[in-house]
Design a protein around this ligand. Structure first.
Ligand code: SF4
Ligand code: SF4
Length: 118
């Protein structure tokens, strides 16, 4: 995935946030190497001058997103017809038993954490 130089204003602000397509996932904020973005009312907002590196536009699932390109970038190949859930080594289902963390969001975070720790 080649990064094209485009500013936040010309990409995500115009085509995702102002167009009402932002999910509030925070991926753009996480990848900005200059810490230019902050989540405000579930949408990214500029807090510093954008350096137009284009990384936030590459990370956004609602802007020019290509699943095939992303799979090739992360896994080195795209999914096969018999992989409807995507590419994975092993699939596991788990649920927290502690009441304090027993919410769908926390369970999803736990699963992601298990995957990252492998
Ligand atoms: S500097 Fe940050 S906000 Fe600007 S384009 Fe790059 S990642 Fe996006
Ligand atoms: S990466 Fe997520 S938070 Fe950022 S603009 Fe796209 S959908 Fe919204």
């Amino acid at each position: 995935m080649g990064a094209s130089k485009i500013s936040f204003e010309a990409s995500l602000a115009a085509d995702v946030v102002e167009a009402g397509r932002c999910l509030g996932c925070g991926a753009c904020i996480a990848v900005c190497p200059y810490e230019c973005l902050k989540l405000v009312k579930w949408h990214p907002s500029l807090v510093k001058e954008c350096q137009s590196c284009g990384l936030c536009a590459q990370a956004c699932p609602r802007y020019n997103f290509s699943q095939t390109q992303m799979e090739n970038f992360v896994f080195g190949r795209s999914r096969k017809p018999d992989e409807p859930f995507g590419i994975y080594r092993r699939l596991a289902v788990a649920q927290a038993t502690d009441e304090k963390i027993l919410t769908p969001a926390k369970t999803a975070e736990l699963l992601l954490l298990c995957w990252l720790m492998r």
